[in-house]
Design a protein around this ligand. Structure first.
Ligand SMILES: Nc1nc2c(c(=O)[nH]1)N[C@H]1C(S)=C(S)[C@@H](COP(=O)(O)O)O[C@H]1N2
Ligand SMILES: [Mo]
Length: 502
């Protein structure tokens, strides 16, 4: 039985390398066909769509916006485990190939059920599995020989060589995908329509170090989406179809848009998944077109109460049609802080709706607006249990002092931001320990759709103290202190911070 005496570990290693080759070849073929069909992305996106809500929340809470990295690492571990199993089973009667074929069927099914999939989305999985099986056989054959030192050395060389080849192919495929659809170069050629925002007065900002800037830099703006790879939509290919319950269906290209008047608006965007005190909120100046004008051209029918927006990669959001037509600054945005939209923030076009959380309104890479009804359509997150309608709740945050700061007694600046989009922040109050709530000083309000800076100077005494903040909106409604999780329609509760004074 010397034929089967090669160590199981060697077979498992062979399986892991063959598994890496499945991914690499699949990724390469997908780079040519459609990056969304890559085994890596197809399975990853399917996992994102299927992950139960509580698990997803736990991951986001623990890892924040590194959630995608966590997913990639889990995928790599999963593929390695499957490869090891295949390698171990390949020792007997090529059962390892069966493992790869079953895996291939799962991957191909994931690819075929992606939004916008075509039958050829199965090809990367098939090509990858074929390459993986071939590699597994070659490696197993090399192991099946009497395990003498020279053969062992040859096996290790083969293993190392194939690992390098798999890695090289993966990196090459990434590069090829970028070159074939160089959307960054396309973005560099995008000319923003001219529009002038109302200037931002200096008085909207306090000079205190560490305070959140009034306008968030694009590079610092939070990013939340289900996209494992950014959809690439070149400007020449982009179209926005407005259809459904309308009198006049419209298909708009950028040439069409350039004949219309553009506007610029500063609006604070907020994610429903933001925990109290979290940083999933940002304020930017958006260049774009008023959605109420575009919708008016399509003439929505009576009875329509929702617009279902859809992205190039199949994400959807259901927005009350009123929020798009009631006169607020709801935008089809193409620019962010004077630049074309960054790729990860929706290039070439997205929606921005003041007063609504992003998941029901802010569709990035938007290509389709269907005028419809809440009783006949629903958005991505609504299908997963989040509320159908989600106005942004009044919130306030302490940014200064920094967490766990240790400070000297005396005058200490406490400062931060507060938001209540559409209503506006009228007051901010701060409490030290169990003392009275005192009014903070407010920076000038830019508009009711933007957050507002606040500050107060506290005469700190030695010891450990708890600072708390709450905002009051312009209707006189005080932010609730009742604690609620983000699910299903936004967290509530007062942000507090413990500071130590020497
Ligand atoms: N295509 C697409 N658009 C999307 C999402 C998404 O997953 N896919 N997420 C939404 C959510 S939940 C939020 S909070 C905002 C975040 O926008 P940002 O990443 O530009 O900050 O985008 C919205 N638009
Ligand atoms: Mo969000």
């Amino acid at each position: 039985m010397s034929k089967k005496s090669s160590p199981p570990l060697a077979h498992m290693a062979a399986g892991v390398v063959a598994g890496a080759l499945v991914l690499a070849i699949g990724h390469l073929v997908a780079a040519v066909i459609n990056p969304a069909a890559s085994p890596f992305f197809a399975v990853g996106s399917t996992i994102i769509d299927l992950t139960p809500k509580p698990l997803k929340d736990a991951i986001i809470e623990r890892f924040g916006t590194n959630d995608k990295l966590v997913l990639f690492i889990s995928l790599a571990v999963g593929v390695a485990a499957m490869g090891a199993l295949a390698g171990a089973l390949e020792r007997r009667k090529h059962w390892g190939s069966a493992v790869f074929i079953i895996g291939g069927v799962v991957v191909a099914s994931a690819a075929l059920t992606r939004p916008n999939a075509h039958w050829w989305f199965a090809i990367p999985a098939i090509a990858g599995v074929a390459a993986g099986i071939a590699a597994l056989r070659v490696l197993a054959r090399s192991l099946d020989r009497t395990p003498e030192t020279t053969d062992r050395r040859r096996f290790l060389a083969l293993l190392g060589g194939l690992t390098a080849v798999a890695g090289g192919i993966f990196v090459g495929a990434q590069y090829l995908a970028l070159r074939l659809r160089d959307v960054a170069a396309d973005r560099a050629k995008f000319v923003l329509p001219s529009a002038k925002a109302r200037p931002i007065p200096a008085a909207v900002s306090f000079p205190d170090p560490g305070i959140t800037p009034f306008v968030t830099k694009n590079a610092d703006f939070y990013r939340i989406d289900t996209a494992l790879q950014i959809p690439s939509v070149p400007q020449a290919e982009w179209q926005l179809r407005i259809h459904g319950m309308v009198e006049q269906e419209l298909v708009l290209t950028f040439d069409d848009l350039r004949r219309r008047a553009a506007v610029e608006r500063t609006i604070t965007l907020t994610c429903v998944s933001n925990f109290v005190g979290g940083n999933l909120a940002g304020n930017a100046t958006w260049t774009g077109y008023l959605l109420k004008d575009l919708l008016a051209e399509a003439r929505p029918q009576r009875g329509a109460d929702m617009v279902l927006s859809r992205s190039a990669d199949g994400f959807t959001a259901g927005t009350p049609i009123d929020a798009l037509t009631d006169g607020r600054d709801s935008l089809l945005a193409v620019g962010m802080n004077g630049e074309p939209l960054p790729l990860e923030h929706g290039y070439p076009a997205r929606l921005i709706v003041p007063g609504l959380y992003g998941y029901v309104s802010a569709t990035k890479w938007v290509v389709d607006l269907e005028v419809t009804r809440f009783d006949s359509a629903s958005g991505y997150w609504t299908d997963r249990g989040w509320s159908e309608k989600a106005p942004i709740k009044t919130a306030s945050r302490i940014d200064v002092p920094a967490p766990f700061a240790v400070l000297d007694p005396g005058e200490v600046v406490v400062a931060g931001v507060a938001w209540a989009q559409q209503r506006g922040v009228a007051r901010v109050e701060v409490q030290v320990d169990d003392g009275p709530w005192r009014d903070a000083e407010l920076a000038e309000a830019y508009s009711s759709d933007t957050w507002r800076q606040w500050r107060t100077v506290w005469n700190a005494t030695s010891g450990s103290h708890t600072l708390r903040v709450r905002a009051v909106d312009s209707a006189g409604e005080t932010q609730t202190g009742e604690r609620a999780e983000p699910f299903p329609n936004g967290s509530t509760g007062w942000h507090s911070k413990v500071v130590t004074i020497r």
